[in-house]
Design a protein around this ligand. Structure first.
Ligand code: ATP
Ligand code: MG
Length: 407
């Protein structure tokens, strides 16, 4: 991508009323735009990051969890929420048809996916099945001060699993922990993200959250320094010890962001819609369910809260908008840069603007693309370019012929 053709410009101004580091950086770099509190547009560079996170999630859903992708609507009939008793939850956005029929904007999709599953699940032979989607949710959040960590409209991956019994649900639930671990590792926050025991609601003792430790977090978790699992502060009264090693003294309090969670719904929603199947003996039984969420935008924001410095963002390679930020200095270098840009098969953001070197470097730091590649008359004399990793301090001279294999 030529930077002269990029739809967005960077800005030095920190947006007014935007306190969150993730949103400040993303807005300054032109990755997102704030439309109102809790509502953001994703612009070309930001959308590339989102697409890469989605690709990781899809890969793990399809291949580790054998789930099928679907896409459900954002407009839901209110009646379905009356059946589950969720018509009065505080974050629900309501609207209505011209006929007066009441609708809600989907805040989650149990009320849609369960009636939908009734059309496709009849006997034990139809189970287990797993469906997921990546889709926008709407929640009338009271506080929307954390940038893209807490939106009022936000993208979520939600997976729903359907099973003959609790045992099969447990099997899949354990498998989902593995997929979630892979996702956070591949997105670059594996080292700071911990599986956390949380309240399981009326049916289960626990659910599990995946919490990324950072000062920007809205949750408090108690992390076991030995076992690398945590307990959410909200359930700590019932469970004062580490659930793995049983020690209390090793728990350390940390602020964290919930980037994902997994929940055994058991028959809570199947009962509400009478979702049943016939077993091998012809008996009718309730379907067991699990649900598994990840906030796609929240994950992107969490990566930045963990990976950034005073100069800007630092993207992990697998989710960076581009791999190489190519910066020529001087006319001869410009010619060579054009050649590299045209012939290189890496994802390159090419700074072909007529701006000062200082501005180019400042923008490169702000945008946080993993490899900054500078060509100047000086490096050309050695048939080389100067490469600096965004996450490191020192620069390296690399022969132009070796550039492709280096990055
Ligand atoms: P929280 O406790 O932060 O309010 P939640 O427990 O209500 O979130 P779920 O309903 O389980 O979250 O949603 C699944 C995932 O969606 C969460 O783990 C989180 O990553 C993401 N998420 C939830 N609410 C938001 C939001 N307002 N903005 C962005 N992402 C969100
Ligand atoms: Mg939560």
């Amino acid at each position: 991508m030529r930077q002269t053709k990029l739809f967005t410009k960077t800005t030095k101004d920190t947006p007014k009323g935007e306190e969150a580091k993730n949103a400040q950086l993303l807005i300054r770099a032109g990755f997102i735009n704030k439309e109102m509190a809790g509502v953001y547009s994703f612009l070309p560079l930001g959308l590339r990051v989102i697409r890469k996170i989605e690709a990781i999630i899809r890969d793990e859903m399809d291949n580790t969890l054998n789930a099928s992708e679907i896409f459900m609507p954002a407009l839901h009939p209110l009646e379905n929420y009356e059946k589950t008793g969720r018509d009065n939850i505080d974050v629900l956005f309501r609207t209505e048809l011209a006929t007066g029929r009441s609708l809600v904007l989907g805040q989650s999709h149990e009320e849609v996916v369960v009636p939908l599953a009734k059309n496709h699940i009849f006997s034990y032979r139809d189970l287990p099945v797993y469906v997921y989607q990546i889709q926008n949710k709407f929640r009338n959040e009271l506080r929307a001060k954390s940038g893209i960590l807490r939106g009022r409209e936000f993208s979520m991956k939600d997976l729903y699993s359907f099973h003959v019994d609790e045992e099969d649900l447990n099997r899949y639930y354990e498998q989902s922990k593995k997929a979630y671990k892979n996702i956070f590792e591949r997105a670059g926050i594996g080292d700071s993200t911990y599986m956390t025991f949380a309240d399981g609601g009326t049916f289960s003792k626990y659910s599990h959250e995946f919490q990324t430790v950072t000062e920007a977090g809205e949750d408090i978790i108690h992390l076991c320094s030995d076992c690398e699992v945590a307990i959410n502060e909200e359930i700590i009264d019932e469970q004062e010890k580490c659930p793995e090693c049983g020690e209390k003294s090793k728990l350390v309090e940390k602020k964290a962001i919930e980037v994902g969670n997994i929940f055994k719904l058991k028959t809570k929603f199947s009962d509400a819609f009478n979702l049943t199947y016939t077993d091998e003996d012809g008996k009718e039984k309730p379907v067991y369910m699990g649900c598994y969420g990840i906030g796609v935008g929240r994950l992107m924001g969490a990566v930045l809260e963990v990976n950034s410095d005073k100069n800007g963002m630092i993207w992990p390679e697998e989710i960076a908008p581009y791999q190489v930020h190519l910066i020529p200095i001087g006319d001869k270098a410009r010619e060579k840069a054009e050649e590299i840009y045209e012939n290189f098969d890496q994802e390159i953001l090419y700074d072909d603007r007529d701006t000062s070197v200082g501005d180019k470097f400042a923008d490169a730091d702000l945008m946080g693309i993993p490899y900054r590649v500078v060509i100047s008359d000086k490096t050309l004399k050695k048939d080389s370019v100067e490469i600096k990793k965004r996450s490191e301090e020192e620069e390296k001279l690399v022969k132009i012929d070796n550039l492709q294999s280096y990055v």
